[in-house]
Design a protein around this ligand. Structure first.
Ligand SMILES: [Zn+2]
Length: 181
């Protein structure tokens, strides 16, 4: 049996035992997780997400990049088309992890600068070798983005690949505080 045969067989088991019919397109937990592509840190598994509960965007490092923001923008447009409530509560969860492979790219500043859409001189501030600092950097980047709805909640988590536990590094808070009246 080939590897693909194995996966197709697992899919048949999924369809028989775990498939949920008629799920809405909108995530039922009103949540979007931005995580890393590392196979050890699948957000769906380590956060116990069920089918239809959350949008999961994965990229190298689980970082906020121009590409991440573009994807979030496209998803918001799709949600608007689906009649999603733009004023409703929504959770952005930045999930990074220890021993992330992105740290191995430290010696490739051109590649990293291009990924973040910045000049090489800005790379130090992106903290690619320190996930605890990097989630804070990325939460701050989301808060600084004027296009995202101010009432969306954002949090930053770091998953420890040696224990299987996440640490809430940045507790949930609105992207922007409502203006004083
Ligand atoms: Zn990673």
């Amino acid at each position: 049996m080939t590897m693909l045969d194995t996966l197709v067989e697992r899919n048949q088991d999924f369809a028989s035992h775990h498939f949920l019919k008629d799920l809405p397109l909108m995530p039922t937990l009103r949540a979007m997780v931005i995580g890393c592509v590392d196979p050890r840190v699948d957000p769906t598994l380590l956060l116990g997400l069920k089918l239809g509960e959350a949008v999961v965007i994965r990229n190298v490092g689980g970082r906020i990049t121009p590409g991440t923001l573009q994807a979030i923008g496209m998803l918001r447009r799709i949600a608007q088309g689906e009649g999603g409530n733009p004023a409703g509560e929504f959770h952005l969860i930045v999930l990074q992890h220890t021993q992330c492979g992105i740290a191995h790219l430290e010696g490739n500043p051109d590649m990293l600068a291009s990924y973040f859409g910045i000049g090489k001189e800005g790379l130090k501030a992106k903290a690619v070798t320190d996930p605890h600092a990097a989630v804070a950097v990325d939460v701050a980047a989301l808060k600084a983005n004027p296009v995202l709805p101010g009432n969306w909640l954002v949090s930053g988590l770091v998953y420890d690949v040696t224990t299987g536990l996440v640490e809430v590094v940045v507790p949930p808070a609105p992207l922007r505080h409502a203006p004083e009246r």
